[in-house]
Write a protein that binds this ligand. Structure first.
Ligand code: COA
Length: 464
């Protein structure tokens, strides 16, 4: 049975900090953000928003757009790493908000949980809900999978230039207009790691950025190896002698903690895949440099990162490789469109990969490319750490969805924050009633209880 993504919607907060303003105020070169990381603007949540509001606003949008009633929905999953409660699941808050519009008890028949595994948990939720549909358990109902996060780092930390916020919701069914997932090939890797984590009670994560970047690429490569074995053993893809698995993906969407990380990760995967092929000899001869090898090739990530000579040479090699026409061709045709939204919005943690997917669909379609039948590969990564590689095929009715996509309109009118406003919001100095903008027809947070017996209870309203 086919199962996959029927429709997709996004909700992006109405405030942002401009990368150049950020750089000036942090004493950084603006070119580092714009060219080095691919960051132009970072979405910031208002004082009356939290990840549950973002998720509920995205859900309402997709339901209204498709004229769905709560009866049509069988499952509502939320994946996030911005949870504010250790026990109560975020989808319960979202159900509460949606019932303000659809009536109390309207979602009572629904099931669902909040899932957590840093940025990869949304991919697990998609996989599990796709299998719920494939198993014939859905009884004609849809699943809503929402990925919603606020990527917030400590003031002055190196992660602060890779912030962002937003939610993406995907509507799943057994007759998807957008993308049907390839069956029996989803592959994973998992390892106990401390590259990025957020201990109980801490609002911002502890991050080892360079370690995390390298671990991301290693883990996704491992999942890609497993994926390769599965596509060959299931007969989904037949590979010629001078081919790699990436040749069989028309588009490649990578997890995007910042836009340029996609480019970096793709280069890593392509290098790994091409190394075994005749075409690699030509690349090395054009670059006029051999691929550098660490002093301890079987060493740990720390030993590789600590090998300064290797790191410098590898950086130089990567730069030259990414300038070759062969890599440029792959980058332009398979990845570049997925990076556009990320540079305008920033890091969305769980939602980053899916914002990239959505971005790719819109901007590839706008190039006039017929997307029907194209295979889209996904490289999902979550710190801590786990990776997932999977793929799907764009469906014949994709134009019903993609033809109406308009990123700028969907982001809506945004207000640029001054540095003082940004700092106030970042340090949580404002209460919900001191929000910077007033929005219509959106869910907002109005109160978080502080009394002993109901501490942490949240109240939301739908702004008419
Ligand atoms: N002009 C142009 N480019 C510049 C520059 C300048 N003045 N200064 C630096 N750059 C480039 C660097 O060469 C580098 O490019 P490369 O990746 O192609 O090598 C890039 O900008 C970033 O610079 P770098 O020195 O590596 O940045 P950093 O160490 O200060 O921080 C991160 C970068 C990504 C490690 C940091 O922002 C971070 O930790 N972010 C969070 C990452 C995260 O969320 N990980 C979670 C798991 S995915």
């Amino acid at each position: 049975m086919a199962a996959g993504i029927d429709d997709i919607a996004i909700y992006i907060p109405r405030l942002y900090i401009d990368a150049s303003d950020f750089a000036v105020n942090r004493g950084l070169d603006p070119v580092k953000l714009q060219k080095g990381l691919g960051v132009s603007q970072m979405a910031i949540v208002d004082a009356n928003q939290d990840p549950a509001c973002l998720a509920a606003n995205a859900c309402l949008q997709i339901m209204q757009k498709n004229k769905l009633s709560p009866e049509d929905i069988g499952r509502l999953y939320i994946s996030t790493e911005s949870a504010f409660d250790e026990s109560k699941a975020m989808n319960s808050y979202v159900v509460g908000m949606l019932e303000q519009v659809y009536g109390q008890g309207a979602f009572e028949h629904c099931g669902g949980v909040e899932t957590k595994f840093a940025c990869v948990s949304g991919s697990y939720a998609l996989y599990d809900n796709t299998n719920w549909i494939r198993a014939g358990e859905a009884e004609g109902k849809y699943a809503l999978v929402v990925v919603s996060d606020i990527a917030k780092y400590d003031m002055g930390s190196s992660g602060e230039m890779t912030q962002g916020a937003g939610a993406v919701v995907m509507l799943l069914n057994d007759n998807p207009r957008l993308l049907a997932f390839d069956p029996k090939v989803t592959s994973t890797s998992i390892k106990d790691e401390y590259d990025f984590y957020r201990p109980f009670g801490k609002e911002t994560p502890i991050v080892h950025g360079q370690y995390s970047n390298l671990l991301y690429m290693i883990q996704v490569r491992k999942a890609l190896e497993a994926y390769k074995k599965k596509v060959l053993s299931t007969g989904l893809i037949k590979m010629g002698d001078d081919e790699t698995i990436l040749d069989h993906m028309d588009y490649i969407n990578m997890h995007l903690p910042y836009s340029n990380m996609g480019k970096k990760a793709l280069a890593y995967l392509v290098r790994h895949e091409w190394r075994q092929l005749p075409r690699w000899k030509k690349i090395l001869s054009d670059i006029e440099m051999n691929e550098p090898i660490p002093k301890d090739p079987r060493g740990t990530i720390e030993s590789v990162l600590g090998d300064n000579e290797f790191m410098a040479k590898d950086h130089e090699f990567t730069k030259m490789f990414t300038k070759t026409p062969e890599y440029q061709e792959i980058y332009e045709s398979k990845l570049s469109s997925s990076l556009i939204a990320s540079s305008m919005i920033g890091n969305l943690y769980t939602a980053s990969l899916y914002l990239g997917f959505r971005s790719s669909l819109e901007f590839e379609h706008k190039k006039g490319i017929d997307l029907e039948g194209k295979r889209i590969g996904f490289g999902s990564y979550g710190s801590g750490s786990s990776a997932m590689v999977f793929s799907g095929i764009v469906q014949p009715n994709f134009k019903d969805i993609v033809g109406r996509m308009d990123l700028e309109a969907e982001i809506g009118n945004r207000r640029k924050l001054t540095w003082e406003e940004y700092e106030e919001l970042h340090e949580n100095k404002l209460s919900p009633e001191e929000s910077m903008v007033h929005t219509n027809k959106e869910f907002v947070l109005v109160d978080v209880q502080t009394e002993k017996e109901n501490r942490g209870e949240r109240r939301y309203v739908f702004n008419e």
